[in-house]
Design a protein around this ligand. Structure first.
Ligand code: ZN
Ligand code: ZN
Length: 237
């Protein structure tokens, strides 16, 4: 008898649940199914923002206009803040590629984008690339996965605009802002400058901490003629 794909998956899930009992990714309490990712209490902790922010001072931005003196070169769109349960979700998304997390995090981004209520129809979706060796080791680029889901949901064009030409150390490992800035300098090149010129972009990454990676990517996009840029992340630190 041939087993259907669905049946094989159910059997596999059954054994996985015995070997790795489903737990809340944040507090590790037990769950009826790993598909839930979080227990009700940790789910309640999730907060979704409803504004764009200045990437320098965090001030809220209305109608794509800065009211602070920074006049930054891009707008920061952070769906949430880097508080529990977000760090656990990002960790499992990035390093374990746990099934279901990318859908969960992109749903968070979608709810947020709907909340800020911007007309996105003139925007192209793009994302922060990984260095090819890192992408090969990890097997995927987490920013690209989110970008594909967002582009798909809002029916916006997805464009690969940048390539990473340096294998920079993980941001978490470099000590201070200057060091991070130095590591990241000149690490991106445009893939096709004529495809960047004159376009508005939503530039996707997983988190915004020091901002040095996103700032460097924005710099290259702007140098190649990009107009408005909204940096969209799951959470800002
Ligand atoms: Zn929990
Ligand atoms: Zn500001």
């Amino acid at each position: 008898m041939l087993l259907s794909k669905e049946k094989i998956k159910r059997v596999a899930d059954f054994f996985l649940d015995i070997l790795f009992p489903p737990i809340c990714l944040n507090c590790r309490s037990s769950l009826p199914s790993q598909k839930l990712l979080l227990c009700p209490l940790c789910f309640e902790l999730l907060e979704i923002n409803s504004f764009l922010h200045c990437p320098e001072c965090g001030q809220r931005i209305v109608n794509l206009k800065f009211s602070c003196p920074h006049q930054a070169s891009f707008f920061l769109a952070a769906a949430s803040n880097y508080f529990p349960p977000i760090p656990a979700l990002i960790h499992y998304f990035k390093y374990k590629k746990l099934e279901g997390i990318s859908d969960f995090l992109s749903a968070l981004l979608i709810v947020y984008l709907k909340r800020i209520d911007l007309n996105l129809s003139s925007f192209y979706i793009t994302y922060i690339p990984l260095y090819w060796i890192k992408e090969k080791q990890r097997g995927f680029n987490q920013a690209q996965i989110l970008a594909e889901k967002i582009a798909n949901y809002f029916s916006l064009p997805l464009l690969r605009t940048l390539k990473r030409i340096k294998n920079t150390p993980s941001q978490a490992k470099s000590k201070n802002f200057q060091e991070r800035q130095k590591n990241i300098a000149n690490c991106f090149l445009p893939i096709n400058p004529s495809e960047i010129k004159g376009k508005n972009f939503i530039l996707i990454d997983d988190i915004y901490t020091s901002g040095s990676t996103i700032k460097e990517a924005v710099k290259v996009l702007k140098e190649n003629g990009a107009k408005k840029i909204i940096a969209l992340v799951v959470a800002k630190a």
